[in-house]
Design a protein around this ligand. Structure first.
Ligand SMILES: [Zn+2]
Length: 343
């Protein structure tokens, strides 16, 4: 198959997206290096197809230190059988495999953030070549993308399904329906600080449904966040008609329904202006008023200096917090979301 540059793809695979059945395969990404002259990186891909129907593409490990996605998608890949679905499911549990292997957000091979390199570069580095294949080949086969993120080692979030505010009302409606169907406790319409090169934007620009998640964080999983991931994946397959089983998973017991919130402007983000030791003053999930002290930074090299206090710039819920005890200038120390009524 040809890429967007109409040259042969550098990434190769023996997977056939058009045949019914279940295939476990790899994307072979050329990676010549000192310890392997003709080496490659093999990124797992699983395709399950049965008949005609929508295609859902699930990704985990877009960032290598976020674990609900890879774990839930490995379970899905093993448990899902073609005979149980109508349509096609494409699963990449470890989209940035080298980053997952290293337990880091960015790829240790090229230092790149997978979620900032789309639409990819055919002649580029390993991360850029993976993105190029996803963009050029997989997205062409795909109707819906679910990209499962979490906070990673440096952030923690109230577990949420995430979408963006979209100009296309019809696409916004379809995406909102998918977001609510996922069934996370919180649905967040997120404003990005820096969206250039995101998989999200690449898919949205194609007019396709894209939802993401931010499930917990701190570089680990909990039973609660795994439950949300496992359940949300099944709910999405149900919502788009790939499976028709009644949702008897814990989601059916989770009340109330998804609370919809958004982050309408930059005032929602609280950014550190100093480096030091971060003391959190309100816990994740707290409902706070504008002006509430939410954290302070202590200066361990100048004990005589009073800590710098950070206050909420709007009323709402603390949906994100900085995790490490050390904080640096420019780090996001908290994100405040407000309730959102969608119509
Ligand atoms: Zn992420």
């Amino acid at each position: 198959m040809a890429s967007k540059a109409n040259k042969p793809l550098r990434v190769t695979t023996d997977v056939d997206f058009t045949v019914d059945g279940k295939q476990f395969s790899y994307l072979n990404v050329p990676h010549s290096r000192n310890d392997s002259a003709w080496g490659s990186v093999r990124v797992p891909i699983v395709v399950v197809k049965n008949g005609e129907g929508p295609t859902v593409f699930f990704t985990g490990g877009n960032h290598g230190d976020e674990y609900e996605g890879p774990i839930a998608l490995l379970k899905l890949a093993r448990s899902l059988e073609a005979s149980n679905i109508t349509g096609r499911v494409i699963i990449m549990p470890t989209l940035n495999l080298p980053a997952v292997r290293a337990g880091t957000r960015l790829s240790p091979i090229d230092g790149l953030n997978m979620n900032r390199v789309f639409p990819g570069v055919r002649e580029g580095t390993v991360t850029q070549m993976i993105a190029d294949y996803v963009y050029s080949v997989i997205l062409a086969h795909t109707d819906i993308v679910v990209d499962i993120h979490a906070g990673g080692k440096t952030m923690s979030l109230v577990p949420c399904a995430v979408m963006h505010q979209l100009d296309d009302k019809a696409l916004m409606d379809r995406t909102m329906a998918a977001l609510l169907a996922f069934g996370a406790p919180l649905g967040l319409v997120l404003r990005e600080l820096d969206s250039e090169g995101m998989l999200d934007i690449a898919v949205e620009d194609m007019g396709k449904v894209f939802i993401s998640t931010e499930l917990g964080g701190g570089g680990t999983v909990t039973t609660h966040t795994m439950d949300i991931a496992d359940t949300g994946i099944r709910n999405i397959l149900c919502h788009f008609g790939l499976i028709d089983e009644a949702v008897t998973t814990p989601q059916a017991r989770r009340l109330p329904a998804t609370r919809l919130m958004h982050t309408p402007d930059d005032g929602c983000f609280v950014i550190a202006n100093e480096s030091g030791l971060y003391e959190v003053l309100v816990d994740l999930g707290a409902e706070i008023e504008e002006g509430t002290p939410i954290g302070q930074i202590h200066f361990y090299e100048t004990p005589e200096r009073a800590p710098s206090l950070y206050k909420a710039r709007r009323t709402g819920m603390v949906v994100h917090r900085h995790v490490p005890g050390l904080i640096q200038v420019g780090d996001c120390l908290a994100l405040i979301a407000t309730d959102y009524e969608y119509s």
